[in-house]
Design a protein around this ligand. Structure first.
Ligand SMILES: NC(=O)c1ccc[n+]([C@@H]2O[C@H](COP(=O)([O-])OP(=O)(O)OC[C@H]3O[C@@H](n4cnc5c(N)ncnc54)[C@H](OP(=O)(O)O)[C@@H]3O)[C@@H](O)[C@H]2O)c1
Length: 326
C-alpha cells in the first residue's frame, strides 16, 4: 500500500490533499505558495490540527465522489499563531494581532503548515491547553454542546450518551455532568475507568444494553444522545426515553427520520445548529481555560504521517482526539 508522501522542501508551506477517493493511501503532502490575505482574513502558522472522522469521510466516498472537487483539502480545526492580519482586526473575542495564539474554528484545510482564515473564526487559545489539546477542542465541543441544548439536558436529568469515549463523547459527558445531569455512558469496558474519572456511570454497549441501563437508572432515562450511529444506540434510546424530542443523533440520520428523533449536523434533514455551535465556541474556550473541561488527546502524528492518523481514526475506537503536528 502506498503511504502518504512528502514532496516538500523543509520550511516551505505545505498542505495535505486527497488526490483521489479511497483509503488513507490517497493522502499526500504538497508544497503550496504562501497564501494571500483577503479582507477580514488572517494568516496562521499552524501548530496542531485536529483530526475528525468527517475528514476521512470527505475522501472515502461517504459524502460522494465528485472528481471536480479533487484535490481535496482537509481539516476543520487547528491551533496556531497569527503571522499576518490587518491592523485593528477584531474577532469574536475582541482585537487580534500578529503573535496571538489562537484556535481556528471553523477552519478550512487545517491540515497544513499555514492557513488563511476569516478573523471571525479565531478564538483565543486557552493558556492551560497545549497545542494538540487546543486544536482538538472545538469540533467535539460544539457538537456535544448542540446535542445537549437540543435535548434540553439540565440539572436532575439522567442522560444516556452512546459512544461516550470518542472525541464528541468525552465533551458530551463532561458538559452534561457540568449541567448537573447524571450521565450513563456507553463504551467498551477498557474505557470505563476513564469515563468514571470524567464523571459518568459507564456501561458496555452490545446485547442487553437496554436492561443494563434500566438497572443503572431505575427512575428512568430523560434524554439520550447518539454519537455513534448504530441501530442499537437508536433502538435503546427510543426504548428508554419517552419524549422523542429529547433524543438526538449526530450519525444515524436515516433512522432519525423514521423514529422522529432529532438529527443534528450537516446531513440530509438534519439541523446544522449553526448559531448554537458558533456561540458555544467562546464558552468552551472559557470552560477549558478554567479547568472545567478536559481535552483528552489520544495520539499525535507528524503532519507528514497523516495517512497513519487516518488509519487509526477510521477504526472508530480512539479514546479522545488525534492531532497532527506540522
Ligand atoms: N453530525 C455532526 O455534527 C457530527 C459532528 C462530529 C462528529 N460526527 C460523527 O459522530 C461520530 C463520532 O465522532 P467522534 O469524533 O466522537 O469519533 P471518534 O473519536 O472516532 O469516537 C468513536 C467512539 O465510538 C465508540 N464506539 C465504536 N463502536 C461503538 C458501538 N458499537 N457502540 C457504542 N460506541 C461505539 C468508540 O468507543 P469504543 O472504543 O469504546 O468502542 C469511540 O470512542 C462519527 O461518525 C462522526 O463522523 C458528527
Amino acid at each position: 500500500m502506498r503511504s502518504s508522501r512528502t514532496v516538500v522542501e523543509p520550511g516551505m508551506p505545505a498542505v495535505v490533499v486527497a488526490t483521489g477517493y479511497g483509503g488513507p493511501e490517497v493522502l499526500s503532502m504538497v508544497e503550496v505558495p504562501t497564501p494571500e490575505l483577503g479582507p477580514g482574513q488572517a494568516r496562521i502558522a499552524v501548530r496542531a490540527a485536529g483530526v475528525n472522522p468527517a475528514d476521512h469521510k470527505m475522501y472515502s466516498g461517504a459524502f460522494g465522489t465528485d472528481p471536480a472537487a479533487l484535490p481535496l483539502r482537509l481539516g476543520l480545526e487547528a491551533a496556531g499563531v497569527i503571522t499576518a492580519v490587518e491592523p485593528g482586526a477584531t474577532g469574536p473575542a475582541g482585537p487580534v494581532a500578529v503573535g496571538d495564539e489562537v484556535i481556528v474554528y471553523r477552519a478550512s484545510g487545517a491540515y497544513a503548515t499555514e492557513i488563511v482564515s476569516p478573523v471571525q473564526s479565531l478564538l483565543p487559545k486557552p493558556a492551560s491547553l497545549d497545542w494538540p489539546q487546543a486544536a482538538g477542542l472545538m469540533v467535539g465541543g460544539v457538537t456535544a454542546w448542540h446535542c445537549l441544548a437540543a435535548t434540553a439536558v439540565g440539572t436532575g436529568d439522567t442522560v444516556l450518551v452512546h459512544g461516550a469515549a470518542g472525541g464528541v463523547g468525552i465533551m458530551a459527558v463532561q458538559l452534561a455532568a457540568g449541567r448537573g445531569a447524571t450521565v450513563i455512558a456507553t463504551a467498551s469496558p477498557g474505557k470505563h475507568a476513564f469515563l468514571r474519572e470524567l464523571g459518568a456511570v459507564p456501561v458496555a454497549y452490545g446485547n442487553g444494553l437496554a436492561d443494563r441501563v434500566r438497572e443503572l437508572a431505575p427512575d428512568g432515562v430523560d434524554a439520550a444522545v447518539d454519537l455513534v450511529g448504530t441501530d442499537e444506540a437508536v433502538d435503546v434510546s427510543v426504548a428508554l426515553v419517552t419524549d422523542r424530542a429529547r433524543i438526538a443523533t449526530i450519525a444515524a440520520f436515516g433512522r432519525a427520520q423514521q423514529e422522529g428523533i432529532k438529527a443534528l449536523g450537516n446531513g440530509p434533514g438534519a439541523d446544522p445548529g449553526t448559531d448554537i455551535r458558533t456561540a458555544a465556541r467562546l464558552e468552551l474556550a472559557r470552560l477549558a481555560d478554567e479547568g472545567k473541561l478536559r481535552v483528552v488527546v489520544a495520539e499525535t502524528f507528524p503532519l507528514a504521517s497523516v495517512a497513519d492518523a487516518h488509519r487509526l481514526i477510521k477504526q472508530g475506537h480512539t479514546a479522545g482526539k488525534i492531532a497532527l503536528l506540522p
